[in-house]
Design a binder for this molecule. Structure first.
Ligand SMILES: NC(=O)c1ccc[n+]([C@@H]2O[C@H](COP(=O)([O-])OP(=O)(O)OC[C@H]3O[C@@H](n4cnc5c(N)ncnc54)[C@H](O)[C@@H]3O)[C@@H](O)[C@H]2O)c1
Length: 351
């Protein structure tokens, strides 16, 4: 079955998904594209072969599945339209500008019963699959701590050139919701539920409502404790950069990069002492795929496969809602100076 795929929003990430889908060889046809910027609609249509549409409704009408890749504040109205029309939907992260909007979006797709997937694409990243594999090795002993650092240049310039990221009404807030919601999601994916957070934010660039540094201390239900620091700086040749260090009782591991590495680690046992290993590039990707299902898979091809067959779309919008809960708790903590419990009922009491 050929899946007719449409795009609402034709900016950077829409182009990324379109190219990734094409490269995957998935059985898809480019049915339509609409961006409020007519030049972008035209350029995307010319590059992809999609019909340049006059409205989001026209894209939806022509499509079996729709990517919603507008800036964040426009996700909710568009996802609701797609869901009401009964089409499958891929929504970029963050789902909405806050937890309330994200909750309405998830309720809408679940009420409509449509296939849905979110752009938390690092859940397919080989480096993170490998790190998760290592921290769960029996010989590594119990997990103890994680230090997660994320940095990129303030993305209102350079290859992003997206001024909406400095507009709190369009973006919701700054580096945490816009960028490090990925990291929050990865941390729970690796270590299980976060029980509590305390956070501090700062605004070095002086943009209203847009924090450019956030530091989060977190404790997990398992007893693991961690720290995440995320920074938007001014070094335009330094693109998105993740650096993670973890300790188990008998494991130290360090991850650098976002997809193919490197990952370096030491495992200690009484018989052999410390054994050191390091992997990067293709070797890392091959090894991660052999120990962790889903590693390195193309999320766009998987979305199309979920529409065409019995495979579940992953990760779902509900997965992202949990990350929104943690993000919301971090902002609440930064605003009030307290430690915030993030139990499983957090969304019902705060969303
Ligand atoms: N998953 C990821 O790793 C990742 C990476 C980058 C961006 N994103 C997310 O994707 C979204 C878009 O980011 P981007 O980098 O592509 O931004 P961008 O500025 O390059 O593109 C956004 C586009 O949306 C269009 N738009 C705004 N309102 C619209 C509407 N109502 N209808 C149609 N088009 C509309 C704008 O004209 C613009 O072309 C954001 O929510 C962002 O957080 C996710």
């Amino acid at each position: 079955m050929t899946v007719n795929v449409g795009f609402i929003g034709a900016g950077n990430i829409a182009q990324y998904h379109s190219k990734s889908l094409k490269a995957s060889g998935a059985d898809a046809a480019w049915s339509g594209v609409y961006d409020t910027d007519a030049d972008r609609t035209a350029r995307f249509a010319a590059a992809s072969g999609a019909v340049a549409c006059e409205s989001a409704d026209e894209v939806i009408e022509r499509s079996d599945a729709v990517y919603v890749c507008t800036w964040t504040s426009e996700h909710e109205p568009n996802v609701l339209k797609v869901a009401e029309a009964g089409r499958a939907v891929f929504c970029e992260k963050p789902l909405g500008t806050d937890l309330t909007s994200a909750t309405r979006i998830v309720e809408a797709v679940e009420t409509a019963g449509v296939i849905n997937q979110v752009g938390l694409v690092l859940r397919n990243s080989p480096v993170f699959h490998l790190l998760r594999h290592l921290i769960h090795l029996e010989e590594a002993g119990p997990a103890m701590s994680v230090i997660f650092r994320d940095d990129q240049f303030l993305p209102v310039q350079g290859r992003y050139g997206s001024t909406w990221r400095s507009d709190v009404d369009k973006a919701g807030a700054g580096v945490l919701i816009e960028h490090s919601i990925h990291d929050i999601d990865l941390l729970e994916w690796m270590y299980g539920s976060i029980a509590a957070v305390s956070a501090e934010a700062s605004y070095v660039h002086g943009i209203e409502g847009i924090e450019d540094v956030i530091s989060v201390n977190m404790s997990f239900e398992s007893g693991v404790v961690g720290t995440m620091v995320s920074v938007w700086h001014e070094m335009l040749d330094r693109v998105s950069n993740r650096h993670v260090e973890v300790f188990n009782e008998r494991l130290w591991a360090r991850l650098r990069g976002e997809w193919s590495g490197d990952v370096t680690w030491t495992i200690h046992d009484a018989v052999h002492g410390s054994r050191n290993s390091s992997l990067q590039g293709q070797e890392l990707m091959d090894f991660a795929a052999s120990v962790s299902p889903g590693s390195g898979e193309n999320p766009d091809a998987n979305f199309i496969a979920a529409i065409a067959g019995p495979r579940a779309a992953y990760p779902s919008l509900r997965t992202a809602l949990r990350a929104h809960e943690i993000v919301d708790a971090c902002y609440l903590s930064a605003a009030t100076g307290g430690r915030i419990e993030v139990g499983s009922d957090y969304g019902r009491t705060h969303g």
